[in-house]
Design a protein around this ligand. Structure first.
Ligand SMILES: N[C@@H](CCC(=O)N[C@@H](CS)C(=O)NCC(=O)O)C(=O)O
Length: 179
């Protein structure tokens, strides 16, 4: 089988990049990693060498190029079915997919007002009601997942890698995540 090559942005700033990166590490997959510096003059040109979408992460596997973090995780689940990516149980799987899709498409207030920077702590940064609503929704999601599915959803690598990453935003800003 061809080598896996994951193209990502800086790990301190790119939560999207960390989603497949964490999942692949957790699954013990061997892969080559190329890191592209974000917010540089040539960032766009560097990423476009790998994907016309001009966003990281990008997974290269032989002749196959997959972009969009959720599509990458689904590709990996299809390609390495012997590893546990999504829960086997259909209701838990449906829930994990819904949570992951919500995480992929939503939380725009949290994303734009609390951009990820793992190196920085800004505990006193003020938050709008909209940001607080996003944080409350994440807490509710985690609580519901744990309540309904216990460790089963937690052990699902795809859902876990997707839903845990946004927690770096409120954590570096001293918000309280309760679940
Ligand atoms: N929906 C995309 C989002 C990817 C994304 O926005 N990546 C950012 C870095 S976190 C990026 O590549 N930005 C390009 C740039 O800064 O020029 C995914 O899930 O992969």
């Amino acid at each position: 089988m061809a080598d896996l090559h994951l193209v990502i942005g800086n790990k301190a700033y790119s939560s999207w990049s960390l989603r497949p990166w964490i999942a692949m590490k957790a699954q013990g997959l061997a892969f080559r990693e190329t890191v592209i510096g974000l917010q540089q003059l040539d960032t766009n040109a560097q990423i476009k060498k790998y994907s016309a979408a001009a966003k990281v992460p990008v997974l290269l596997h032989g002749a196959i190029t997959v972009w969009e973090s959720l599509a990458i995780l689904d590709y990996l689940a299809d390609t390495f079915p012997e590893k546990a990516w999504w829960p086997k149980d259909i209701p838990a799987r449906a829930h994990a997919r819904a949570v992951s899709a919500e995480m992929h498409a939503g939380f725009s207030n949290l994303r734009s007002h609390m951009t990820m920077n793992i190196r920085k702590s800004v505990p006193n940064k003020s938050r709008s009601d909209a940001v607080n609503a996003d944080i409350s929704r994440i807490n509710a999601l985690w609580k519901e997942c744990r309540g309904r599915f216990g460790g089963r959803l937690d052990r699902s690598c795809s859902a876990r890698s997707r839903t845990r990453m946004p927690c770096t935003r409120p954590l570096s800003r001293a918000s309280r995540l309760t679940a």
